[in-house]
Design a protein around this ligand. Sequence first.
Ligand SMILES: Nc1ncnc2c1ncn2[C@@H]1O[C@H](COP(=O)(O)OP(=O)(O)O)[C@@H](O)[C@H]1O
Ligand SMILES: [Mg+2]
Length: 278
Amino acid sequence: MLEISGLGHAYGTHRVLEGIDLKVGEGELVTIVGPSGCGKSTLLRCIAGLVPPTEGKVVLKGAPIDGVPDDLAVVFQDYSRSLLPWLTVRDNVALPLRRRGLGKAERRAQAVKALASVGLEDAAGKYPWQLSGGMQQRVSIARALAYKPTLMLMDEPFGSVDAQTREDLEDLVLQVHRAEGMTILLVTHDIDESVYLGDRVVVLARNPGRVRDELPVTLPAGRDQIGTRADAEFVRLRAEVGRLVRGVVKDSEPPDATDAEDADAEAVATAVEEPAKK
Ligand SMILES: Nc1ncnc2c1ncn2[C@@H]1O[C@H](COP(=O)(O)OP(=O)(O)O)[C@@H](O)[C@H]1O
Ligand SMILES: [Mg+2]
């Protein structure tokens, strides 16, 4: 359903992305993980048609993307700038439904339903600034859900909420993905989150941003915050993704690296890890 080929992007002379090939199938939940500054947001903006890539192309359901596709919803990291302060929560969620050609009553009914699915039915008549950060981000997610997009793009959507809310929102995404069969591409710099949520994890390297590797997540579909994170397979995958993100060679490669090469890998690991923690 989504096919990215040879995608590259430069801001002026600064090459940010290079040679990105990526396919996402109908109903898949793919996570993209990489250190900060590797071009994750740029990649999502190219897919969303907000930034024209300088090389390569993005094809959604057989049609090349030029401009923002109708059938797409994006949840940005910065919830405080994504909701309109002069509209109630319900009207914020209902607004994009105009593009679906629905009447006012129907738009409002769907907005209230989506708000209920994120546990915010009581906040429908409030304004965004009357809600906590986590609640505002839930409104953004409800807005994307109400729209029922062919593809939902999420850019570090839980980056600025507290740990408990983050776990709740992660589980909400899994639940929606299962219930609605929605195709989701979610970007994160959090290694655990990429494994916990993904059917497949795509690891990006940086300077310039490119696909380092892809791993299928062979965990059972019914995931839960405590059981799954203690699962031996989860622990193995998290370690493998961690090594890839930090640029350390994989275990499966022949053990012929000299001590000097190991030291290099360690140096890279430290250099890459530091900014990602910000
Ligand atoms: N609008 C822009 N103009 C110029 N440089 C940008 C712009 N947006 C991002 N960059 C640069 O591109 C690189 C990748 O940024 P970004 O895609 O935001 O990475 P990530 O989301 O992985 O942290 C960074 O070096 C950033 O400074
Ligand atoms: Mg980003």
